[in-house]
Design a protein around this ligand. Structure first.
Ligand SMILES: Nc1ncnc2c1ncn2[C@@H]1O[C@H](COP(=O)(O)OP(=O)(O)OP(=O)(O)O)[C@@H](O)[C@H]1O
Ligand SMILES: O=P(O)(O)OC[C@@]1(O)O[C@H](CO)[C@@H](O)[C@@H]1O
Length: 419
């Protein structure tokens, strides 16, 4: 870098600005060029930005705001210098997008597709999943297998989005050595995260796999007012171009209407969202028209004070979720498949055959599949198809499903129109 003289930089900058003008003008009068940018940026297709991409960035960023090309100039110089020195400089695309988001330079009102999905896990976990083939209470056993992963519903959504090639930023609270583990593991998986650090320790949830699965969940840590205020400050960065997924339990110290407060503020700002929350929290969210809600059969029963013996009995209640305000509702039925309710249709996805390895997170996988696909296609049926593939692939996988496992299931999904 030192070998580049100031005079050269200024000259480069001049030409850069000159080249930027037609692009900026084109963005003022036409939206067509934005499709070029979309295809360039949408990380679904791009995993890494190479030297060439970095070099091109000023031209692309000139589309957004005049000063953005100055930021991007840094990238460009870096790319050029490293190319001269024979290095291939690669940056993960989602890191760059996070950086752009942070600098607020990627906000162009016409580029609605330039979104970032934020997943919110107020109460993350370490999921400790232990397999003990024959379990007798009161006896000591050796485990056959163990799996230690970062969990909590929003984190699971981020992990499946990652498998689908869609970047997201995971928000929430983390604390103690368990919180450090969650962050480190997310970094390893290359998932962007900006958790608010709290004093108390992130919980550990135990899943005991034997003839039957047994779950022992911790309530989770408390957060102080100051810690919650810090979290809410970060929340302010979310813009109308973004999408928010809120899932799972809240911290015990939080007021009953914490989710509603978050959802109301998103609604007032016009930020689209989806949620996988239960009971009163779900009820209070519906008036704000979430893109999708995803209770399972038991949760729909709790919501309406009913017990269902067959999945068909769920249908009138799934329809009510849409009547009460959800744009779409998925009711997951475990081994019986899943139902999609839209304003016009009721669709059933029969279960796919296969061996269940670990169903933890299969509901969250559906949320990721639906949201990630709907944002790109605007098609609820296609989104549901991918949702079913993701849910099934996770149920059949020891951990969260991989891209290949999702693809295998996607080819098998069949949708039946019920109404
Ligand atoms: N045994 C199974 N056989 C086939 N598909 C399954 C099975 N279990 C789950 N699935 C698929 O995964 C989807 C989600 O499962 P489920 O209804 O258990 O979600 P959930 O209760 O929200 O799970 P979690 O809370 O662990 O994320 C189902 O709708 C189905 O498509
Ligand atoms: O206690 P919550 O927040 O409702 O759910 C937590 C949890 O069960 O959800 C995920 C599976 O959906 C797991 O990773 C995690 O242990």
């Amino acid at each position: 870098m030192a070998s580049i003289k100031t005079g050269t930089l200024l000259k480069d900058m001049f030409f850069l600005m000159l080249f930027s003008i037609p692009f900026s003008l084109s963005s003022m009068f036409s939206v067509k060029f934005s499709s070029v940018i979309r295809s360039f940026f949408l990380p679904v297709r791009i995993l890494y930005l190479s030297n060439l991409d970095l070099f091109m960035m000023p031209f692309i960023l000139a589309q957004f705001r005049p000063f953005s090309c100055v930021y991007a100039y840094g990238f460009s110089v870096l790319a050029r210098v490293s190319a001269q020195k024979g290095y291939l400089l690669s940056l993960p695309a989602d890191r760059v997008i996070l950086w752009l988001n942070a600098k607020r330079i990627a906000c162009h009102p016409r580029l609605e597709e330039l979104y970032m999905i934020y997943t919110i896990t107020l109460n993350p976990t370490i999921d400790y999943i232990v397999t003990v083939p024959r379990l007798t209470l009161g006896q000591s056993h050796h485990m056959q297998d163990e799996l230690i992963t970062p969990g909590g519903k929003g984190i699971m959504v981020s992990r499946v989005l990652k498998a689908l090639g869609i970047p997201s930023i995971a928000l929430g609270f983390r604390g103690g050595f368990t919180g450090d583990f969650v962050r480190e593991y997310m970094e390893e998986l290359n998932i962007l995260n900006q958790f608010t650090v709290i004093k108390e320790r992130t919980r550990i949830n135990l899943v005991l796999k034997s003839d039957q699965d047994t779950e022992i969940s911790d309530y989770g840590p408390n957060a102080t007012e100051e810690e919650v205020a810090r979290f809410l400050k970060g929340f302010e960065d979310i813009s109308t171009q973004d999408f928010v997924v809120m899932s799972g339990s809240k911290l015990p110290s939080m007021p009953k209407d914490f989710y509603e407060q978050l959802i109301r503020s998103l609604h007032e700002e016009g930020v689209p969202f989806a949620c996988d929350i239960t009971k009163d929290e779900l009820r209070n969210s519906l008036q704000y028209h979430p893109l999708v809600v995803k209770p399972n059969q038991k949760e729909v029963g709790e919501f309406f004070g009913r017990t269902f013996t067959t999945w068909q009995e769920v249908i009138p209640y799934g329809k009510q979720l849409v009547e009460l305000g959800a744009q779409n509702a998925i009711v997951s039925l475990g081994g019986d498949g899943a139902l999609l309710f839209t304003a016009q249709e009721v669709i059933y996805a029969p279960p796919l055959s296969g061996e269940v390895a670990n169903p933890v997170g299969s509901g969250d996988s559906m949320v990721a599949g639906f949201v990630g696909t709907f944002i790109r296609t605007g098609d609820p049926l296609e989104a549901f198809r991918v949702a079913v593939a993701c849910g099934t692939a996770t149920a059949f996988s020891p951990d969260i499903a991989t891209a290949d496992e999702i693809e295998v299931q996607l080819a098998r999904v069949v949708l039946e129109k019920i109404e």
